[in-house]
Ligand binder design. Structure first.
Ligand SMILES: *[C@@H]1O[C@H](CO)[C@@H](O)[C@H](O)[C@H]1NC(C)=O
Ligand SMILES: *[C@@H]1O[C@H](CO)[C@@H](O)[C@H](O)[C@H]1NC(C)=O
Ligand SMILES: *[C@@H]1O[C@H](CO)[C@@H](O)[C@H](O)[C@H]1NC(C)=O
Length: 426
């Protein structure tokens, strides 16, 4: 079983390297390229990499807000190249989750005097602890030594599972946040380059990719990429709030929202980050659809529907969790999906992130296309603060994003479909 999935996954890895390397030319260093697939039932995205000796392949959900790479090292997993990070090690972060030990026989996930890791899954009801360790990780068929990840025995918990809500075939999370333990930062440090990575989420059935170490954006793509500052929320937004520690999530400064060119009538304060860290716009691959806080969602839907009716889209009954749904037979189509009122996120400096039909409308059932945004409510989830806008996975599909952590900038392409490209075909 393990051998088969290993072989299949490597097949995928080699295909994506063949297809993508020549076109991407993203880095003169060996690019750390991982394939990304979409999971149908959760609408989340995952990648595949191999860890340990003998190396075992893991599917891991992609979490842009995730602080580390954690995986389920189940009862039978015993990698001989695993070495725990001791509590007094320099590699053990200062905000580590204590020092952990174990009563069983030594194996990954059961070691003494080990630097404690918090393995967070925003979709689970609890926060789970594990230990940090070092092991060989295979990325783009290259063995990378010395990367720190957290291993956790998922079945070892009496209440809840750390895997709750994740795609069924995944066994952990690949975190890509600003955290020092997220792989882009670890790889940059090890290779003495600036931390910079790209992510391009695929539409259904296709393969996208994330390149964990990008040097520069490929020539043909760079022509239509725009740049906006990544801003830092000074208040910790994670499940574990540490006073005085800024958020490790990615925020951008959305100043206003336009629908078909008309600015949504909301106060700027409804979009900005307040003293307590509430508000702002963050990007999250763990939210399948963009969530707007209720006070933003209501006028947003109202204005969209008005514009949609103007172009003779026929409104039909809502299909939860979506509110604004239309008879898809009354909507025209183009290369960028359904022809519907365009949505623009107006960013700092007037740069606009345009959202076309392919990213704004979802087929909720036969002949019914819905505005693919959801009411994010007013209460925070798995955190102490709440963003105004959480840009979710559906809106990111076929948009190339490049996160430059050193200069704190996000480059984004908007829909690649406009340029006869996609995340599966640049
Ligand atoms: C795991 O392997 C190590 C040797 O690499 C061995 O000492 C240990 O007992 C094994 N643990 C289990 C639980 O099989
Ligand atoms: C951890 O230490 C305890 C107490 O010294 C010992 O019983 C146990 O076997 C150790 N576990 C491992 C994994 O080394
Ligand atoms: C789009 O790309 C495909 C191949 O990827 C090509 O066959 C087609 O001619 C291109 N269309 C345009 C309008 O450039």
């Amino acid at each position: 079983m393990a051998t088969t999935s290993f072989a299949i996954n490597f097949f995928i890895l080699s295909i994506i390297s063949l297809i993508s390397l020549p076109c991407l030319s993203a880095s003169s260093h060996s690019p750390f390229l991982l394939p990304i697939k979409k999971d149908y039932s959760t609408n989340l995205f995952y990648t595949t990499l191999a860890i340990g000796t003998p190396s075992k392949s893991f599917n891991l959900a992609i979490d842009l807000a995730g602080e580390n790479l954690w995986y389920d090292c189940d009862k039978n997993y015993n990698s001989s190249s695993y070495s725990p990070i001791t509590c007094d090690s320099k590699s053990c972060p200062k905000d580590a989750n204590g020092c952990v030990g174990c009563n069983g026989a030594f194996k990954p996930g059961c070691t003494n005097n080990t630097c404690g890791a918090t393995t967070i899954n925003q979709l689970a009801k609890f926060i789970f602890g594990g230990g940090y360790g070092e092991d060989i990780i295979v990325i783009s068929q290259m063995k990378v030594h010395g990367l720190i990840s957290a291993c956790i025995e998922a079945e070892g918990f009496t209440s809840g599972s750390p895997l709750e809500g994740l795609p069924r075939n995944t066994k952990g999370i690949l975190g890509l946040s600003r955290s020092q333990l997220a792989l882009p930062n670890q790889l940059a440090l090890e290779n003495k380059v600036q931390p910079k990575f790209s992510i391009c989420l695929p539409s259904s059935n296709k393969l996208g990719y994330t390149n964990l170490m990008v040097e520069s954006i490929d020539g043909s793509v760079s022509k239509f990429v725009q740049t906006t500052p990544l801003i830092i929320n000074p208040v910790s937004t994670g499940a574990v709030s540490v006073k005085g520690v800024p958020s490790k999530e990615y925020f951008i400064d959305v100043k206003s929202v336009k629908i078909d060119g008309n600015v949504l009538n909301i106060k700027p304060s409804q979009l900005s980050i307040d003293k307590k860290g509430n508000g702002g716009t963050k990007i999250s691959t763990m939210s399948p659809f963009t969530e707007l806080q209720s006070s933003v969602y209501k006028p947003f839907v109202r204005d969209f529907v008005k514009k949609a009716l103007d172009i003779k889209m026929k409104r039909v009954a809502s299909v939860a969790p979506f509110e604004a749904c239309f008879d898809s037979r009354t909507i025209k189509k183009s290369v960028t999906g359904f022809v519907v009122p365009t949505i623009d996120l107006v960013l700092q400096g007037g740069v606009q992130w345009r959202i076309h039909g392919a990213n704004s409308m979802v087929m909720a059932k036969e002949n019914v296309a819905c505005l693919a945004f959801v009411d994010g409510g007013t209460e925070p989830r798995m955190s102490f603060v709440k963003a105004s806008i959480v840009i979710g996975g559906y809106q990111l599909v076929d948009n190339l994003l490049v996160f430059d952590l050193d200069s704190s900038k996000l480059s984004f392409s908007s829909s690649l479909l406009l340029h006869n490209a996609s995340c599966s075909h640049l």
